[in-house]
Structure formats: structure tokens, C-alpha cells
Write a protein that binds this ligand. Structure first.
Ligand code: ATP
Ligand code: MG
Ligand code: MG
Length: 292
């Protein structure tokens, strides 16, 4: 369980509780420079940030300021721009984009020795008693690859190409309870709640999402990477709003001869991530909310 406020951040003489909507506790801490945070180093993620700092997507990701090693024997961290630092009591939402949130290699590894897992069967029936097949019910167990594929179908990930990971409102109320938020209607209700009291922000989010889509279409980084488990971080307060791409720990460069369009259906081995399915659905849903 992640703590909402792992630490207090100080910026321009203001002290505010920092918000963490996903990830492990202890993965983040306040940065050594004002307006920065530290995220525990993952070499793959650092590689992505290095490329992104030279890419057309740069305005849409937190500024990467290099590695930081702390004296107290802590692990190495990436120093990133704190995306919350220009906001006053911000509302924050993390949406994980794509039709799957595991890498092809994680699935093939799970398939190597597909042991029957009772724990995964138990998790499955807790959410949906109808989900296991007759065989699986008889064995009271499922394999890990089977569980991994099924898990993406309980949220909107497999169908809409994104899911809500967490929402924190400016009044402090919050939820991470979106594991089974799946239908378009459920998503719309959650977005409406996120925006309530700030309807003037909606056109800015739509504009920003469209700018992100247009930039993805010309980004060298996006053309050459499979983007898995990455999120869009939505942040607004009374005055302004923005959206950034974050979390590249599972974003990997594609084999050189392989091309994906980020939109075609994923089949095992084709590396499609469905990132643009998610972006398009997000734009459509926000536009529907504006018309409502
Ligand atoms: P997971 O893989 O479980 O999603 P993670 O450890 O890779 O987690 P991130 O997803 O990068 O971590 O970040 C977790 C949360 O921390 C985000 O949902 C967001 O609330 C916050 N966060 C991350 N980076 C920033 C940033 N640069 N500025 C402000 N908030 C951030
Ligand atoms: Mg994340
Ligand atoms: Mg991550």
C-alpha cells in the first residue's frame, strides 16, 4: 500500500504534501534542488529519459536532471522535475496507458514453466467467480500467463487502452480503488468527480491531449519504442492544468527491424502496445464530458 504523502516538498518557500498515486513506497523522495523529486534509479528508465530530453516529446515529460547518489548509502536516484511544484493544492490523476501493462518478455518468461497457481486462482475468483474455466475450477488453480492476460480485462486496460491508477482531489479526498473500473460509464463518472468544481479546466486538458497525440505522431522516440506501463499524469488547480508522460521503467526500444503503429490489436509477439488506442479514447471521453 502506497502512502499518499511520502514526504513534504518545499518550493518557493511553500511547504506542501507531495502526492504519490502509484508505485512502491520509498521509491520517491524530495530532490536536492528546489522543484525536483528523486525516483529510485532503473537503468532502462534513465535511458528513456536521456533520449526524451533530445526528442520532440521533451515538453511533455518531466525534465531529467541526471543521477543523484545520496551519501547515506541509499541507492542511486533519478532527479526529475516535480510536476506538482507550480500548483496550489492540485488535483492529480494517474492514468496508465496501453492495452497491456506487462512486457512480451514477462509473458514469455511466465510461459516457460507454467506452474498451476492456487494464489492466482483465489485472486481471480475474488474478483469474478465466473472467470475461471471448468478445468481451472476443478484444479482450483490457474497458470501465471493466463492470470496476467486475464488481469488486464478487469479494468479498462484491455478494452479502452488505459486505466485509472489513482485520483487525488484538492480537498485531500482520494481513491486508488479503480482496479475494476472498466466501463466507459464508470470511467466518465470518475473523470467527472476528478473535474468537479473545475469545469473550466476541461478544454485545457483536451487541448493538451491533442497536442500530445500530434507530437507522438512525429516523435522519433515513440516510433522506436514499445511503451508499456507508462502513465499520463493529469494535474490541475483553479488556475491551470497540464498533462505529462511519466514512468518509463517498462518502456523498451523495439528490435530495429520491427515497426509498430501503437494502434493495431496486440497479438503475442507483435509488440503492439495500444498506446494510441488509449490516447484516442481519453480524448473522445473528455470531449463527450465537455458536450454533456
Ligand atoms: P508503478 O510502476 O507502480 O506505476 P513507479 O514506481 O514506476 O510506479 P511512477 O509511476 O513513475 O512510479 O510514479 C508514481 C507516482 O508518483 C505517480 O502516480 C505520481 O503521482 C507521482 N510522480 C511520479 N513522477 C512525478 C513527477 N515527476 N512529478 C510529480 N509527481 C510524480
Ligand atoms: Mg507508474
Ligand atoms: Mg513504473
Amino acid at each position: 500500500i502506497v502512502q499518499w504523502t511520502p514526504f513534504f516538498q518545499t518550493y518557493k518557500k511553500q511547504r506542501y504534501p507531495w502526492v504519490q498515486l502509484a508505485g512502491h513506497q520509498g521509491n520517491f523522495k524530495a530532490g536536492p534542488e528546489p522543484g525536483t523529486v528523486l525516483k529510485k534509479l532503473c537503468p532502462k528508465e534513465e535511458e528513456c529519459f536521456q533520449i526524451l530530453m533530445q526528442d520532440l516529446l521533451r515538453p511533455y515529460v518531466p525534465v531529467f536532471k541526471g543521477q543523484v547518489t545520496s551519501e547515506d548509502g541509499d541507492p542511486v536516484y533519478l532527479q526529475l522535475q516535480d510536476l506538482l511544484s507550480d500548483y496550489v493544492q492540485p488535483c492529480v490523476m494517474d492514468c496508465k496507458v496501453g492495452v497491456r501493462t506487462y512486457l512480451e518478455e514477462e509473458l514469455s518468461k511466465a510461459k516457460e514453466k507454467p506452474k498451476l497457481r492456487k494464489d492466482m486462482y483465489d485472486k481471480m475468483i475474488q474478483i469474478d467467480a465466473q472467470a475461471p474455466t471448468l478445468e481451472e475450477h476443478a484444479a482450483k488453480a490457474v497458470t501465471k500467463p493466463r492470470y496476467m492476460v486475464w488481469r488486464e480485462t478487469i479494468s479498462s486496460t484491455a478494452t479502452l487502452g488505459f486505466r485509472i491508477e489513482g485520483i487525488k482531489k484538492s480537498d485531500g479526498t482520494s481513491s486508488k480503488d479503480f482496479k475494476t473500473t472498466k466501463s466507459r460509464e464508470q470511467i466518465k463518472l470518475a473523470f467527472m468527480e476528478f473535474l468537479s468544481g473545475h469545469a473550466q479546466i476541461l478544454p485545457r486538458y483536451i487541448q493538451r491531449l491533442r497536442a500530445i497525440r500530434a507530437t507522438l505522431a512525429v516523435s522519433e522516440f515513440f516510433q522506436t519504442h514499445e511503451v508499456i506501463g507508462s502513465s499520463l499524469l493529469f494535474v490541475h488547480d483553479h488556475n491551470h492544468a497540464s498533462i505529462w508522460l511519466i514512468d518509463f521503467a517498462k518502456t523498451v526500444s523495439l528490435p530495429p527491424e520491427l515497426h509498430i503503429d501503437h494502434y493495431s490489436a496486440w497479438k503475442v509477439g507483435n509488440h503492439e502496445d495500444g498506446y494510441l488506442i488509449g490516447i484516442n479514447n481519453l480524448i473522445d471521453i473528455f470531449v463527450e464530458l465537455q458536450a454533456a
